[in-house]
Write a protein that binds this ligand. Structure first.
Ligand code: FRU
Length: 453
């Protein structure tokens, strides 16, 4: 699959053409960042999934390559589904799920490996695990990591025979022969019917188990998207996750965020990319970019840390290198003009506030009010034309907001990344204004913005 890079956006990884979904195989290999992604190069539907491939030296500028994996073998003929990568003995190993459907529509999954000496061309090794008893064929998305005991562990999203979600682990000494260990959960927790894309992050003082359960019912401000991504905290050892009992916490409170993956880079940073998608099919069909032959993109890369019992997400500092013209404004209400480009806006709240409101391009509205400490983001659903809202109760006062936007995409970081909202939005070309207003006797706004290039 050859390609021409799609130039529609500036700092997000996006499909050269066709459809992109999950980030896969993230790694810094021989000093170069590799970002693979679920990719259908043939259309903007979820038809046949390849592994698309982009590389970068700085997490800001990307070079796009031919597909790393194509669904052309008996064990992956209906899709090279999501997975991860790991370096071993100088080689780059990819692990992914081969999705196979029979003529009768019956699904079989194979956890497969591929290997490369240069990070560019990959030789498929084929299936490396056996399907365990007690689970349906909904088993996928291998994340492979090295444990403290020197063994390799593979965790997989799974569905038990009783149609509840789970994550299972395998162990290996050589990445080729794998022993089944069973469920990773020390306590059996019922949360939806399928868990996709498991990941385990070792952060200072905590292990964080991130996964994307399907089948959760909305509860107030929680679980309002079609599918969610969130995490449990605890301790992962010997293939078991000892959950500390803290509730499942959604990672991103916006409209479009799913199936993220993390990796640790050469500087020891835990970096996450997510998919800014998962939405009902009528929203995919109505997405304006489909007319240009592509759909969806990844989030910007975010550094993940764990502080005060919470995951903190902040944009990688490399993005600072994109800053061009700067504008600064102080006041209690203000208007800013947004250039026809990528844009960064940093807002600091001064003094105690009663309410804060921001209207972005006459389309996205951010609001906060101090009594309930509720922060909300509202936009128009482009398929139904209805306004829709996502919200969260902040732990404390609203202190800062950082917004990264491109023409149709926005990521909002609140209070230094304590809460994040990711969303797509579609505003009119001519609407290029932001207005902000704050209430509270001594409250004020300090806004610093940059055009990004
Ligand atoms: C998550 C997911 C994965 C699967 C992939 C297929 O979005 O459904 O579970 O491997 O997408 O593209």
């Amino acid at each position: 699959m050859g390609l021409e890079a799609n130039k529609s956006m500036e700092y997000h990884v996006l499909p050269p053409k066709g459809l992109l979904n999950d980030p896969n195989g993230l790694i810094c290999y021989k000093g170069i960042y590799h970002v693979f992604f679920q990719w259908n190069p043939h259309g903007t539907d979820h038809g046949f999934k390849y592994w698309g491939h982009a590389t970068s030296r700085d997490l800001v500028n990307y070079e796009y390559h031919d597909a790393a994996l194509e669904p052309v073998d008996w064990f992956d003929k209906n899709g090279c589904y999501s997975g991860s990568s790991i370096e071993h003995d100088g080689k780059l190993y990819l692990f992914y799920t081969g999705n196979v459907k029979s003529d009768e529509g019956i699904r079989t999954n194979y956890q497969c490996a591929a290997v490369s000496e240069d990070g560019m061309s990959f030789r498929k090794i084929g299936p490396v695990t056996r399907h365990p008893e007690g689970y349906t064929q909904h088993m996928r998305d291998p994340k492979v990591m090295k444990g403290e005991d020197g063994s390799f562990y593979m965790v997989l999203g799974a569905q038990r025979d009783d149609l509840t979600g789970d994550t299972v682990a395998y162990r290996s000494a050589d990445l080729i022969t794998w022993e089944f260990l069973g469920s990773i959960m020390s306590v059996r927790e019922k949360l939806g019917y399928m868990w996709e894309c498991p990941d385990l992050l070792r952060l200072e003082g905590k292990d964080v188990f991130v996964f994307s359960p399907q089948g959760l019912e909305p509860e107030g401000d929680r679980f309002n998207n079609i599918f969610q991504t969130g995490y449990y905290t605890g301790c992962f050892q010997g293939g078991r996750f000892h959950w500390d009992g803290q509730p499942f916490e959604e990672m991103d409170k916006g409209f479009e965020f799913y199936a993220p993956q993390t990796f640790v880079d050469g500087r020891g940073r835990t970096i996450l990319f997510g998919w800014m998608g998962t939405m009902p099919s009528e929203m995919e069909a109505a997405m304006p970019t489909v007319r240009e032959g592509w759909i969806h993109h990844l989030t910007l890369p975010r550094v993940i840390s764990f502080e005060g019992g919470k995951l903190i997400q902040t944009p990688v500092e490399e993005l600072v290198g994109l800053r061009c013209e700067k504008e600064e404004k102080h006041g209690r209400s203000m208007d800013l003009d947004i250039p026809d480009r990528a844009y960064e806006l940093n807002i600091k709240i001064k003094g105690p506030l009663d309410t804060f409101g921001l209207v972005y391009r006459n389309e996205v509205r951010l609001s906060f009010e101090s009594t309930e400490r509720r922060f909300t983001v509202e936009r128009t659903n482009w398929a139904t034309s209805l306004r829709e809202v996502r919200g969260v109760k902040l732990d404390g006062a609203l202190e800062s907001i950082t917004i990264y936007t491109e023409e149709t995409s926005m990521e909002i970081f609140i209070n230094g990344g304590e809460e994040v909202f990711s969303l797509r939005y579609f505003a009119k070309d001519e609407d290029r204004n932001i207005s902000m207003e704050i209430e509270g006797a001594e409250a004020g706004i300090e806004a610093v913005s940059y055009r990004l290039e």
